[in-house]
Design a binder for this molecule. Structure first.
Ligand SMILES: Cc1cc2nc3c(=O)[nH]c(=O)nc-3n(C[C@H](O)[C@H](O)[C@H](O)COP(=O)(O)OP(=O)(O)OC[C@H]3O[C@@H](n4cnc5c(N)ncnc54)[C@H](O)[C@@H]3O)c2cc1C
Ligand code: FES
Length: 269
């Protein structure tokens, strides 16, 4: 983990509220992080010095790409940045997805929850042995959801995501990802399910996976103070197998957790 000054080398709006940008660093790709990890990005002009946590979408040579949903003050400031602007970033932070070459996975993403799974997909397919189930011997099925056609269009390239859902039916299947998850788990078996997206989606996915007795790992989000494990501002409550409660920091022990260890009632009222 390091503080770095990076330079914006690509900055593009994918639709009204989705931004992708790339920064160049002085590190090489092996030092820039693993799938599931994130960076704390300092937004220019923020007097309180609070950074915004953003997952790694991709790493190539000395560059990192991010995918950002514009929701409020800090992400609007990222939207207003320009090519060649300097950006202070701290990372890579947090844990990463535990994977093995031989396993079969289901990926489930909602909105910008696509980002960490994109990087995971790339790392699992780099030796070409984890193609989609549409090809022979495939090992990843990816279901992605968003509100509208516009919000999911970056994922509609036919190469990674097999099932697209939109709330309004303007692209792919109308409805939430969860009904597709249960259909697919009924048809095929998967070793692990990885899910990233809004908390209500994650909790629904957890209920479905529990019915099918599937291992589920989720990437959790929270407001972050320090982002480096010092302030405990991002702690979530966990329950271990013996029913004992403990706390874990999303920025340090997370953001990826076994979904069955999370006390969801304390996250979503
Ligand atoms: C580990 C981690 C990785 C993340 N990766 C990404 C990513 O790759 N791309 C991306 O677009 N976003 C990601 N986020 C979420 C991102 O950090 C927040 O959207 C951002 O902090 C919002 O800041 P803002 O000032 O623009 O909006 P704010 O003004 O802070 O919030 C605007 C609205 O969004 C809601 N909101 C804000 N932050 C969160 C949050 N963390 N969880 C739930 N609701 C929230 C608020 O309730 C409010 O309604 C990640 C968060 C974490 C913790
Ligand atoms: S944000 Fe400070 S400990 Fe996680």
């Amino acid at each position: 983990m390091q503080i770095m000054t990076s330079i914006i080398t690509k900055h593009e709006m994918l639709c009204d509220n989705m931004l992708t940008f790339k920064v160049k660093t002085e590190k090489n790709s092996s030092e820039l992080g693993l799938p599931g990890q994130f960076y704390q990005i300092k937004v220019p002009g923020d007097d309180f010095q609070i950074r915004v946590p953003i997952s790694i979408y991709d790493v190539e040579d000395s560059e990192i790409t991010f995918l950002v949903k514009i929701v409020g003050e800090k992400t609007i400031k990222l939207k207003n940045m320009q090519l060649n602007d300097e950006l202070s970033i701290i990372g890579p932070l947090g844990n990463s997805f535990a994977v093995s070459e031989k396993e079969k996975y289901m990926f489930i993403s909602g909105g910008c929850g696509y980002a960490p799974l994109n990087f995971l997909f790339k790392s699992l397919t780099k030796n070409n042995n984890h193609q989609s189930p549409n090809e022979k011997g495939g090992k990843i099925l990816w279901i992605h959801g968003g509100r509208t056609k516009d919000e999911v269009k970056f994922a509609v390239d036919g190469k990674k995501v097999q099932i697209i859902c939109t709330d309004d039916g303007s692209e792919g299947i109308k409805g939430f990802v969860t009904s597709e998850v249960s259909k697919e788990l009924y048809i095929q078996s998967y070793d692990k399910v990885f899910a990233c997206g809004p908390d209500p989606m994650l909790r629904e996915v957890m209920s479905v996976c529990k019915l099918f007795n599937k291992k589920l790992y989720v990437s959790m989000e929270a407001y972050m103070g320090c982002g480096i494990g010092v302030c405990y501002g991002c702690a979530i409550k966990l329950r271990n197998a013996r029913g004992k409660y403990t706390y874990a920091r999303i920025c340090k022990e997370g953001p990826i957790f076994n979904a069955y260890s999370i006390v969801w009632e304390e996250i979503i009222q």
